[in-house]
Design a protein around this ligand. Structure first.
Ligand SMILES: Nc1nc2c(c(=O)[nH]1)N[C@H]1C(S)=C(S)[C@@H](COP(=O)(O)O)O[C@H]1N2
Ligand SMILES: [Mo]
Length: 377
């Protein structure tokens, strides 16, 4: 195991001095201005413009994007998916063979676990999302459970490992992007190996020719550019599982793994934007405030809209699928002056969005309420 990962496999009693640490991952949190490295990540990995919250299905070009390394350009004629490990019958499937297999289509809201990170103080240095690292698409392909059942999962299986074709270095560790799922999650009927997004061929940046989509989990679980699936009899201890994607207090805290999406709602900013500040301007009078809400912990049960800190319930619509966002709306009669609008969702587990985010070292699972400043003329 690489040296960097071993420090997380047991909690060391003597905290390491910073000078002794290997290249920290992610970077030390910063109170300073945005760095050139963050800008570089931000332009490669774009978010979803908030006005796209108007549509139930996010057009592929507006869906957020998060790629750790380079986008691999894969020749479909030479590509195969290998399924092996603790199975009765290991197989290698061509894209054609996958297209012939039974298929399903599932509406899924994907959200990056680091969404909201740049709003934390201090700011964990990584992809500097504001609030828009989210999108909802119709993902179609082969149910993972079908292929695993065909391959015959052995009794001692505990996890399934998914490896992408993209390679790079993170935290000083050279790796192919790889993540595992507990066997019970991998056998859920709605987990899909998708070769289509919104009825079209998967775009290169979203995982062509094949990606995993795990409804309800933060995006890191949905491995793109799949090259192999391996059934494991021991938990996976790779970088993206043991080091990245953990709720940690500091670099030496082993932390707990990030999994299901926390409840969140967002509002379509009303009115028109100012080009540079993106502050909103709208005329006095009635306006319908609208947005979407989602959670990986059961259906959204309530959305409240805050006008200058005073909360009122919004009207909820049914989502397209259990792990797709639902639409909400609330009429408001805007009166002249400066206002602050916000929204707050509560899910079936009873969890609500916090007004102030509890900080964690990697900036994971942020779901603090959105606040929008508007000028009513
Ligand atoms: N192979 C591979 N899969 C990956 C990633 C990656 O960098 N490489 N990024 C993950 C992360 S962190 C997220 S949030 C989602 C983003 O999916 P999208 O770009 O299709 O929105 O893909 C996940 N799957
Ligand atoms: Mo992510």
């Amino acid at each position: 195991m690489p040296k960097q990962m071993s420090r997380h496999s047991s909690i060391s009693k003597t905290p390491r001095r910073p000078a002794e640490r290997l290249t920290p991952h992610p970077g030390e949190p910063s109170h300073g201005p945005l760095t050139a490295e963050e800008l570089q990540l931000a332009v490669r990995n774009h978010s979803m413009p908030l006005e796209a919250l108007q549509s139930d299905t996010t057009p592929a070009g507006l869906h957020y994007l998060l790629n750790h390394f380079d986008i691999p350009f894969i020749d479909p004629d030479h590509w195969h998916l290998r399924i092996g490990g603790a199975v009765e019958r290991a197989v290698e499937l061509s894209l054609r063979a996958l297209h012939r297999a039974p298929s399903i289509a599932v509406h899924v809201t994907l959200e990056c676990a680091g969404n909201g990170r740049s709003l934390l103080r201090p700011r964990p240095l990584s992809q500097p999302w504001r609030l828009e690292g989210v999108g909802t698409a119709l993902w179609a392909g082969v149910p993972l459970a079908y292929l695993l059942t065909e391959a015959g999962v052995q009794d001692d299986a505990v996890e399934v490992l998914f490896t992408g074709a993209d390679t790079g270095i993170q935290g000083g560790v050279r790796q192919q992007y790889a993540r595992s799922l507990p066997i019970s999650e991998a056998l859920r009927p709605d987990v899909v190996l998708a070769y289509r997004m919104n009825g079209m061929e998967l775009p290169p940046q979203h995982g062509y020719p094949l990606r995993l989509v795990v409804p309800g989990w933060y995006g890191m679980a949905s491995v793109k550019w799949l090259s192999s699936i391996k059934v494991l009899t021991k938990p996976f201890d790779g970088f993206q599982q043991q080091v990245a994607y953990r709720y940690q207090q500091d670099a030496d805290d082993a932390g707990t793994p990030v999994s299901w999406i926390r409840v969140r709602s967002l509002m379509v900013p009303p009115g028109i934007p100012d080009f540079f500040t993106r502050g909103r301007v709208l005329p006095a009078g009635p306006v319908m405030l609208r947005g979407r809400a989602w959670s990986g912990h059961g259906p959204v049960q309530r959305v409240e809209v805050g006008i200058d800190g005073k909360w009122a319930p919004a009207q909820l619509e049914r989502p397209a699928a259990p792990f797709a966002w639902c639409a909400w709306s609330m009429p408001w009669v805007a009166d002249q002056g400066e206002h602050e609008l916000s929204c707050r969702a509560t899910d079936a587990s009873g969890a609500s969005q916090p007004l102030e985010q509890v900080w964690n070292y990697q900036g994971m699972g942020n779901n603090a309420v959105q606040r929008i400043k508007v000028t009513v003329e």
